[in-house]
Design a protein around this ligand. Structure first.
Ligand SMILES: Cc1cc2nc3c(=O)[nH]c(=O)nc-3n(C[C@H](O)[C@H](O)[C@H](O)COP(=O)(O)OP(=O)(O)OC[C@H]3O[C@@H](n4cnc5c(N)ncnc54)[C@H](O)[C@@H]3O)c2cc1C
Length: 296
């Protein structure tokens, strides 16, 4: 396949282990890992890539199970060239697709822009937030997104407004293989001290309720209409349930954790076991929020 790939200005690595790049610290390698120099580099690379080669973007891997057989095709990881955040008007930030939620929310605070505090608590990148419609504490990306720049699988760069993303709860209609390279978020004028206080409140609430310093993938299942996923998992008797090195968190039952030696297969099988127990107990079919990618 090497012959079929054009050389990017950035970095292209064959058989690149993905476990170190994702929160669970499990899973196989990317057939190819592309770290493009900038958006033009990415667009030119994808335009020249044979149409049947799959492409997947990777952020901080905070909502991802990479299966043990690895990911075929090209995994795109946005590095330093995509990590910037700058103000474009009094209440709007232009953010690189690889910028972290912490950087976006702290830049908003420094510029007196309120309403983006919730991004402080979601440990992902702008690209991941935009694809997943990430949200917390009553707000989600569709509430603050103006538009985003996307490089499509075929290499065209387009700008999509928030209304064109087909947003629903933890879902967008962003095309398969599309990579979000930048996004504009809009807030409202605010006092930096009050914004900081809200960020502190959110950080403390997180600390109290989630297993933050573990190998995990965030919320495992979407909340079914009228229910909280964690409550169904708990009431089905799954708190602390283990399978190999995988465990349902004792602290937050909608989190799965790798206790040290888990494989991705064990984590996924534990998730399926939880789904079975909840279905049997309550007749509710939990849907995965975590994306599961690659070959078993
Ligand atoms: C401790 C913890 C707490 C969490 N709390 C929350 C929470 O409160 N609310 C919430 O919504 N989520 C939460 N999450 C989940 C996760 O942080 C979010 O889903 C986040 O949006 C994922 O961002 P990421 O950049 O790490 O994406 P990844 O996990 O790397 O990828 C997730 C999906 O986004 C796609 N993607 C990533 N980057 C791009 C890009 N540039 N362009 C296009 N697609 C892309 C991937 O292909 C994949 O489909 C939590 C996770 C953890 C570990």
């Amino acid at each position: 396949m090497t012959r079929l790939l054009t050389k990017p200005r950035g970095r292209l690595t064959e058989q690149a282990p993905l476990a170190p790049l994702v929160w669970f610290k499990t899973g196989g390698a990317a057939q190819w890992l592309l770290e493009p120099a900038d958006g033009d580099d990415l667009a030119a690379f994808l335009a020249a890539l044979p149409a049947d080669v799959p492409v997947m973007a990777l952020g901080l891997g905070s909502n991802l199970i990479v299966r043990d057989g690895g990911v075929p095709g090209v995994v795109v990881r946005l590095g330093k060239g995509f990590a910037g955040v700058r103000r474009t008007d009094a209440v709007t930030l232009n953010c690189g697709g690889g910028a972290s939620g912490v950087l976006v929310s702290s830049t908003a605070r420094d510029n007196g822009i309120a309403g983006l505090e919730f991004l402080r608590s979601i440990p992902g990148t702008v690209g991941g937030f935009v694809r997943m419609n990430g949200g917390a504490y009553g707000r989600e990306v569709r509430d603050v997104l103006v538009d985003c720049d996307v490089v499509l699988r075929q290499g065209q760069t387009i700008t999509l407004s928030v209304g064109e993303l087909g947003y629903a709860y933890r879902h967008s209609d962003l095309a398969e293989g599309a990579v979000v390279v930048a996004a504009r978020f809009r807030g409202i004028p605010g006092d930096p001290a009050a914004i900081q206080a809200e960020m502190d409140r959110i950080a403390a609430a997180r600390e109290a309720s989630q297993p933050l310093r573990t190998k995990t993938g965030g919320s495992t299942f979407k909340n079914p209409p009228g229910h909280k996923a964690w409550e169904l998992v708990d009431r089905a008797g799954c708190r602390g349930l283990t399978l190999g090195g995988a465990q349902v968190s004792d602290k937050h039952t909608n989190f799965l954790i790798n206790t040290g030696s888990a494989t991705s297969a064990e984590i996924e099988a534990l998730g399926e076991a939880v789904r079975d127990k909840v279905r049997t107990a309550f007749g509710v079919d939990l849907q995965w929020e975590i994306k599961r990618v690659g070959n078993p």
